[in-house]
Design a binder for this molecule. Structure first.
Ligand code: HEM
Length: 455
């Protein structure tokens, strides 16, 4: 027992073979989770002498991510995986540098501002709908299709347009960057130095160079034109730290544009792709959704005021994110010691919050593998612990785009489902594989058919 904190350092360590876990982690960090995280509230392991704590219990997650947020940083894992691409942007920064960036952009995500963005979301979905007219009857990669749609949405809403950014190359570059992320996850877990090479590293570096230089060109063009678009770029150009009065350098603005573009489209796209897959497997649910869309829109094209009324569709998307959370594991490192439950958590401890495991725990979710959107009916949702469901994280670092994503997802689903029926054409059930985000392997190939006109 530690006299200062009252916590014990006698952790019930779970034996977790480092060598085997590392090999698995390179391919899919989800498979390398200690199996106990699906049953136990907390799992302690020691890897290479360092204490690692896996939290699957909502109360302990609340204690850690919310109540002790000031004693945590994003840590080495996040810095190594995302730092080369996102620098010290909002997602990766810590302390005061994080705080002033969050304050600078917070107003862009207020509810009234988001409502102004809904027409652009619907337009992008309609463009996808029109593009698909030529593809009816053919198989398509729904993940790839959704990346295009959500990419259009993020650049329209946050950058006032694509500025000639090559979407296909951006998508490829993001994949090239994320592909070897299992290696960075594994190497930082064993504390290997940054210079250790791994397969895919030079491709990933080339991808980052392309992505960052495309965005630097957007900023340079904006500075030259002096245009005032009231978008994220303008906000970042005019932001100033209340403590120091300094403004952001171009490099810092690139960090944030990279952050918003990647965090803001890839996650939602995957949530949407998994939703289409689940609806194809559950025709009765699809029918309920179609009934709702028909009732709310009266068979007219989807309008901004319809979106908030599509409550069951939102539940369907929420349930898809329970089964397949787009950000399946988040990590933190303790900068100061604190007591959690009855344990002393020393500074340097690495926390893993396996959101995927929390969402699949039978104690929290009866029949956890069953797709059941009624879990998000108001009553069961109220009765559940708030942190039993956390696709957007928790505490001060909760996703800033959370309401944006929900609005966007419902709008895109409604527009596309109204016209098309998607059926699963994959030959094998897709496996969720973590490449920072949760991707299907093999990709979700679906067949597209036009629905008979709805009355
Ligand atoms: C379904 C879609 C989305 C999911 C599942 C998701 C998930 C998450 C999660 C779990 C975090 C917290 C990470 C952590 O605690 O380490 C996060 C943070 C963040 N997300 Fe999202 N996100 C989504 C959509 C978006 C969108 C649309 C945007 C922007 C328009 C966005 C921008 C961000 C940013 C900037 C952060 C960092 C916030 C901070 O640290 O202050 N996300 N997201």
């Amino acid at each position: 027992m530690d006299a200062r904190t009252g916590g014990s350092s006698a952790y019930p360590l779970t034996n977790h073979s480092t060598a085997r876990a590392l090999v698995t982690m390179i391919d899919n960090p989800l498979d390398a989770l200690p199996p106990a995280v699906f049953k136990e509230p907390v799992v302690f392991t020691r890897q290479m002498g360092n204490l690692k704590v896996y939290l699957s219990d909502p109360t302990l997650i609340h204690e850690t991510l919310v109540k002790n947020a000031d004693k945590l940083t994003k840590g080495d894992q996040v810095r190594r995986m995302l730092g080369p691409a996102l620098g010290e942007g909002l997602l990766t920064a810590d302390g005061q540098h994080w705080k002033w960036q969050r304050q600078s952009v917070a107003s862009a995500f207020r509810h009234d501002k988001l409502l102004d963005l809904l027409p652009a979301m619907i337009t992008a979905a309609e463009e996808t709908k029109d593009r698909w007219l030529r593809q009816a009857g053919t198989p398509l990669d729904i993940g790839h299709e959704m990346m295009r749609t959500t990419f259009d949405i993020i650049v329209q809403t946050m950058l006032s347009g694509g500025h000639g950014i090559d979407v296909a190359r951006v998508e490829k570059s993001i994949s090239d960057y994320l592909d070897p992320s299992g290696w960075t996850f594994a190497l930082s877990t064993i504390g290997a130095p940054d210079w250790v090479p791994f397969p895919g590293r030079s491709k990933a570096r080339a991808a980052v160079t392309f992505l960052r230089s495309s965005l630097a060109a957007v900023i340079a063009a904006r500075r030259r034109s002096g245009e005032e678009n009231h978008d994220l770029v303008s906000m970042l150009l005019s932001a100033s730290d209340p403590e120091t009065g300094r403004t952001m350098t171009d490099d810092e603005i690139v960090d944030n544009l990279m952050t918003f573009i990647t965090a803001g489209h890839e996650t939602t796209a995957l949530g949407l792709a998994w939703t289409f897959h689940l609806l194809a497997l559950h025709p009765a649910e699809e029918e309920k959704v179609m009934e709702e869309i028909g009732r709310v829109t009266g068979g007219e094209p989807v309008r901004p005021d319809h979106v908030a009324k599509l409550t069951y569709l939102k539940q369907v998307f929420s349930e898809a994110m329970r089964l397949f959370p787009p950000a399946p594991i988040i990590t933190r490192t303790a900068t100061n010691a604190f007591t959690l439950d009855r344990y002393l958590i020393p500074a340097g401890t690495v926390f893993f919050i396996p959101i995927y495991a929390v969402h699949h725990r039978a104690e929290l979710w009866p029949e956890p593998e069953r797709f059941d959107p009624t879990r998000f009916d108001p009553e069961p949702a109220r009765a559940r612990h708030r942190y039993a469901y956390m696709p957007f994280g928790a505490g001060p670092r909760v996703c800033i785009g959370n309401a944006f994503a929900l609005m966007e997802a419902v709008a895109v689903l409604a527009v596309l489902l109204q016209t098309y029926r998607l059926t699963d054409r994959g030959t094998a059930p897709p496996k969720p594989v973590m490449k920072v985000t949760l991707r299907p392997r093999p990709p979700l190939i679906m067949r597209l058919d036009r629905r008979a006109a709805q009355g």
